[in-house]
Design a protein around this ligand. Structure first.
Ligand SMILES: [Zn+2]
Length: 190
C-alpha cells in the first residue's frame, strides 16, 4: 500500500503453520477450548512483529471437509488464537477432496502445499516476499514455502521430524518457535 507521500509500508512476513507451531499438535482439534496454545507463542509473535515482520497464520483445516467440526467452530478457534497470540491475520483451508461435506470436498488452490492462502495474504497485505519465511512442522509447509519462493523453516515442536510424510529440505531446522524467533534477523523498527 503506497501512501500519498510515497512512503511504502511494504514489509516481509513470517507465515506460521498453526498446529505444532503455535499450538500443540493433537490431531483434529475442533473446539477452541481444546486448543493448547504454547505458553511462549504470544511472546514469539510479538518478537516477530517487533523485528519488522507481519505474523500471518496459514493453516490446513480439512477437519471441516471431513465433517469433524464446522467452519463456524473453526472461526471461533481463529478468534481465540488471534486474541491469545496477537497474530496479524489467519488464513485457513477447510477443503479436502476426500472429505464428506460436499461443500468442502473439492479440489482447491489453498490446501498446502498449494500457495493460495499466501497469495490471498499478499493481496490483502503489502508483503515483501523475498525477505519472508514459512515456518511449519510438516512436509506440506516446507513444500508450500518452496513453491512460493520463501525461506523455509522446519520446527521439531510438532509432528516430529521422524514422521515427515516425505523428505524435504528446509533452509533451517529449529527446535521450536522460540529458537526461530531468536534467530530471525531484524528488518527495521516496526
Ligand atoms: Zn482449500
Amino acid at each position: 500500500m503506497n501512501r500519498e507521500d510515497g512512503f511504502t509500508s511494504r514489509k516481509p512476513a513470517v507465515f506460521l503453520d498453526r498446529d505444532g507451531v503455535l499450538t500443540r499438535e493433537k490431531g483434529y482439534v475442533g473446539r477452541w477450548e481444546d486448543m493448547e496454545i504454547f505458553p511462549y507463542a504470544k511472546d514469539c509473535v510479538s518478537q516477530i512483529q517487533s523485528k519488522g515482520y507481519y505474523a500471518i497464520v496459514v493453516t490446513n483445516q480439512s477437519g471441516v471437509a471431513r465433517g469433524y467440526f464446522t467452519e463456524i467452530a473453526l472461526l471461533s478457534m481463529n478468534q481465540f488464537l488471534k486474541e491469545e497470540t496477537g497474530v496479524d491475520a489467519i488464513y485457513y483451508c477447510p477443503h479436502c477432496r476426500q472429505g464428506i461435506v460436499p461443500e468442502y470436498a473439492v479440489s482447491c488452490n489453498c490446501r498446502k502445499p498449494a500457495t493460495g492462502m499466501m497469495e490471498k495474504a499478499c493481496r490483502e497485505y503489502d508483503i515483501d516476499i523475498t525477505h519472508s519465511y514459512m515456518v511449519g512442522d510438516r512436509a506440506c509447509d516446507i513444500l508450500m514455502g518452496k513453491n512460493a519462493g520463501l525461506r523455509t523453516v522446519l520446527l521439531e515442536s510438532g509432528y516430529g521430524l521422524e514422521k515427515l510424510e516425505e523428505k524435504v529440505q528446509p533452509d533451517y531446522i529449529f527446535e521450536d518457535l522460540q529458537e526461530f524467533a531468536a534467530f530471525l534477523p531484524q528488518q527495521r523498527k516496526a
